[in-house]
Design a protein around this ligand. Structure first.
Ligand code: TRP
Length: 451
C-alpha cells in the first residue's frame, strides 16, 4: 500500500477515537468501580490520573502511531529496528483477547436485558422487584453463558463477514442517541425521591476511603476507558493526517470520554440510592438500576418503559460491539500478517479461545462463585489483571519508548507538526511522558503490590 488512508477531518479523528473510547467502560464499568471505591474522592483521583498520567500515554501512542504509520508491532520494528521493542506487540495481542473474554460476558448481559425489555419484563412487576432480576439471571448456570455465546457469535460474524461498515454506520447513530438518552435519564434520575443522597455521594469526598487499591482502580479505569495500553489509539493514530493537531484530538477524546462517564455516574448513583441498592454492589450495578429508572419513567405507560429500555440496550449493545470487534481484530490481524494464518481460521480460533475463557467468567457469578483466583472471582480477577496491570504496563512501555528511546527531536517534530503548533506546550507534555507518567504508574504498581 503506497498511500495510507486518512481520516477526513479533525471531527472524524475525534469521533473515531471517542467511538473506541466510549463503551461499556463509561456506562457499565465507571459507575460500579466508583461505587466500590468510595464515590467522590475516587472521582477526583480519576480525573487527576486521567489528565496527568493517562493523557500523556495517549500522546505517546499518537506520536508512535502517526510517526510510523503502522500497527504496534510494525511501528516498533520501524522506529527501533534491530531492538526488542517490537515484543510489546505481543502484549498488545494478548491483552485485548483477555479483555474480550469478559467484555463479551457483559455484552451478553445487554443482550439479555434487551430481550427482557422487549418481553415487557420491566413493566409487569413493581419497580422495586427489578433490581433483583440481575442476581437471579447471573447466577443461572446456563442463561448468561447463552447470551455470552450470542454476543461472541455476533462479534465473530462481524469480523468474519466484514459487516463492520454496517455496524460502524449504525453506531454513528446509536452513540449520539445513547448520549442524549443518558442525559435524559440523568435529569430524570436526579428527580427521584432520595436522589439527593446519590448526588452527595458523588460530590462530597470521603478521603478515608481512598486506599492504594482505589488509586490503582482509578488508573486502571482511565486506561480501560480511553482504550489505552494495547495499541488501539496507536493504530488509529497511524491514519491521522500530518496536519492534525495531536494535542487537540487527544484532549477532545479524553474530555468527551470523561464527560460521558460522569453523566453516567450522575444518572446511576442517584437511582442507586433511590432504589435502596448498595453503591458497592459490583458489576451488576447499572443493570439493576437503569431498568428500575425506566420503569419509573414510564409509570402507568408500559409502552414508554419498553421503548426507552429497548432503545437504551440496543445502543449499549452497538457500543459494546464496536469495541469488541476492535479487540478481536488486533489478534486476527497479527496472526494473519505475522504468521500467515488465513484470516478465517485466525478469527475462529481466537474467538473460540475468548468464548471458552468467557464461560469461566460468566459462571463465576453462579456455579463457580466459590472458585477464587488470588481471592477474587474469575471475572474480577481477569478484569483486574487487564485493567489494573496489563493496560498500565502496555502504557508504561509506550511512554518509555517515546520518552527515552525515540530522539527528542523526532518526538518534538511529530507532536508540534514540524514546529508549527503547540511549541510552547511541548516541554510540559514531554516532561509528563518522560518522567511523570512512568513514575506515577510505577508508584501505583508498587503500592498496589505492597499494600
Ligand atoms: N474503551 C472501551 C470502553 O470503555 C473498551 C475498549 C475498546 C478498550 N477498545 C479497547 C479497552 C482497547 C482497552 C483497550 O468500553
Amino acid at each position: 500500500m503506497s498511500q495510507r488512508e486518512h481520516f477526513g477531518s479533525r471531527f472524524a479523528v475525534i469521533a473515531a477515537m471517542a467511538g473506541s473510547a466510549v463503551g461499556l467502560g463509561n456506562i457499565w464499568r465507571f459507575p460500579y468501580i466508583l461505587g466500590e471505591n468510595g464515590g467522590a474522592a475516587f472521582i477526583l483521583v480519576y480525573i487527576a490520573a486521567s489528565l496527568i498520567l493517562v493523557l500523556p500515554i495517549f500522546y505517546a501512542e499518537s506520536i508512535i502511531g502517526r510517526r510510523a504509520r503502522s500497527d504496534t508491532y510494525g511501528a516498533m520494528k520501524k522506529l527501533a529496528p534491530g531492538t526488542h521493542w517490537h515484543w510489546v506487540g505481543l502484549l498488545t495481542v494478548i491483552s485485548p483477547l483477555l479483555l474480550l473474554s469478559y467484555y463479551s460476558v457483559v455484552g451478553g448481559w445487554s443482550v439479555e436485558y434487551l430481550f427482557k425489555s422487549l418481553s415487557f419484563s420491566f413493566t409487569d412487576v413493581p419497580a422495586e422487584e427489578i433490581p433483583g432480576f440481575f442476581g437471579h439471571f447471573i447466577s443461572s448456570p446456563w442463561q448468561p453463558v447463552l447470551t455470552h455465546t450470542a454476543f461472541m457469535a455476533m462479534v465473530t460474524g462481524i469480523v468474519l463477514g466484514g459487516v463492520k461498515k454496517g455496524i460502524e454506520k449504525f453506531s454513528k447513530v446509536a452513540m449520539p442517541l445513547l448520549f442524549v438518552l443518558i442525559l435524559v435519564i440523568m435529569v430524570y434520575s436526579l428527580t427521584l425521591p432520595g436522589a439527593f443522597k446519590g448526588v452527595e455521594y458523588l460530590v462530597k469526598p470521603d478521603f478515608s476511603r481512598l486506599t492504594a487499591d482505589a488509586c490503582a482502580a482509578a488508573l486502571g479505569q482511565a486506561f480501560f476507558s480511553l482504550s489505552l495500553g494495547v495499541g488501539t489509539i496507536l493504530t488509529y493514530s497511524s491514519y491521522v493526517k500530518k496536519e492534525e493537531n495531536l494535542l487537540v484530538s487527544g484532549l477532545g477524546t479524553a474530555v468527551s470520554d470523561l464527560l460521558f462517564a460522569l453523566i453516567a455516574a450522575f444518572a446511576v448513583m442517584p437511582a442507586v440510592f433511590a432504589a435502596g441498592i448498595q453503591p458497592g454492589g459490583g458489576p451488576g450495578l447499572v443493570f439493576e438500576t437503569l431498568p428500575f429508572i425506566f420503569h419509573k419513567m414510564g409509570e402507568g405507560m408500559p409502552v414508554v418503559t419498553t421503548l426507552i429500555s429497548a432503545v437504551f440496550f440496543v445502543a449499549i449493545l452497538a457500543a459494546a460491539l464496536t469495541s469488541a470487534i476492535s479487540m478481536l481484530e488486533v489478534g486476527v490481524t497479527f496472526l494473519a500478517d505475522e504468521k500467515g494464518m488465513p484470516r478465517r481460521r485466525a478469527t475462529l480460533l481466537l474467538a473460540f479461545l475468548c468464548w471458552a475463557v468467557g464461560i469461566l467468567c460468566s459462571l463465576s457469578f453462579g456455579p463457580l462463585a466459590d472458585v477464587k483466583v488470588l481471592g477474587l472471582s474469575f471475572f474480577d480477577f481477569l478484569d483486574g489483571l487487564c485493567s489494573d496491570w496489563l493496560l498500565p504496563l502496555g502504557g508504561l512501555v509506550f511512554t518509555l519508548f517515546v520518552g527515552w528511546k525515540l530522539s527528542k527531536a523526532d518526538v518534538r517534530d511529530e507532536f508540534t507538526n514540524g514546529g508549527t503548533v503547540n511549541v510552547r506546550l511541548f516541554g510540559v507534555v514531554y516532561f509528563l511522558m518522560r518522567f511523570v507518567a512512568p513514575v506515577g504508574i510505577l508508584v501505583v504498581f508498587a503500592t498496589n503490590l505492597l499494600m
